[in-house]
Write a protein of this length. Sequence first.
Length: 317
Amino acid sequence: MSFGEGEEGVGIISPDVERVVSQGSLVQSPQRVIPVQPANAALAELYTMIGLKKVKELAGELEAFINVQRHRETYNLKNAPMVLHMVFKGNPGTGKTTVARLFGKLFNSLQVLPKGHIIEVERADLVGEYIGHTAQKTREKINKAMGGVLFIDEAYSLARGGEKDFGKEAVDTLVKAMEDYKNEFILILAGYTAPMDEFLRLNPGLKSRFPIQIHFPDYSVKELLDIGQLMLDERQYRLTNRALNKLGEIIDQYSNMPYNDFSNARLIRNLLETAIRRHAVRLRYVSHPTRDQLQTLESCDFLSGASNEYSLYGNLR
Ligand SMILES: Nc1ncnc2c1ncn2[C@@H]1O[C@H](COP(=O)(O)OP(=O)(O)OP(=O)(O)O)[C@@H](O)[C@H]1O
Ligand SMILES: [Mg+2]
């Protein structure tokens, strides 16, 4: 857990001001606002995730802000409106969906959302085939998300077809719902940074409704290995030192590829799951494998990236 070791505090959120929470752009405050051992289970779960420093800071900040609002209510003090719609920008496998789910749980436990579930949708779930169909489909999903989070992956695909496309109708329906049911659901849009910025620029009415924007950076090789360690612990497997080194080399190879679809934590998961299958094949003819053998992945269980073009460019991304 990287949290709590020398991390700096953050400024108090002001929900009516657009904030871009990205590397280096956060207002620093001399006071630490995130508790080292959060009492909140969703926050604790978030803190066990690797990296995501800014996300953790923001979550701690929101928790503190919401708690202070509760206290203020008891003294009849005015509270600034809480607008918690968010935009998550980042490459595949950087944790956007996982964090959206945890935010749902967090807001539920802080009583901001009565349910805290998440409805995940993409363009095809919202956009219909004839006039009126899109508004109906979109409203259905919004209704399902009431009391929780509506999470739209690759939200910019709603703008794909230009002016005549029904995607625009979906955006209009979403904007209207954000007005009509302000405090009843939280809308989170996710996607790659550049097309998301472009999408929000083209829809100023939409952009101003998202006070919180979070950038999910690509993970470093070290962070990916730590994520791999969490995944292995969960599955009760471990790596030999040589396997760990080999995994590091493979990740390095992937991250240096001339492709822009490096899938971060999902790549690690796929590499480990492939190794777990190869380990099973290796043990197939061992009649009484020991507990140790059953848990230990060796370097030969990992496909060498360079020697396996198919897995490298095909099924593992
Ligand atoms: N920081 C992290 N610590 C531990 N596990 C992580 C972390 N980030 C991602 N993961 C794990 O990696 C997998 C992929 O993450 P997730 O689906 O949240 O990424 P994503 O950004 O939504 O990807 P996509 O854009 O492709 O939908 C999940 O199994 C998740 O639990
Ligand atoms: Mg996702």
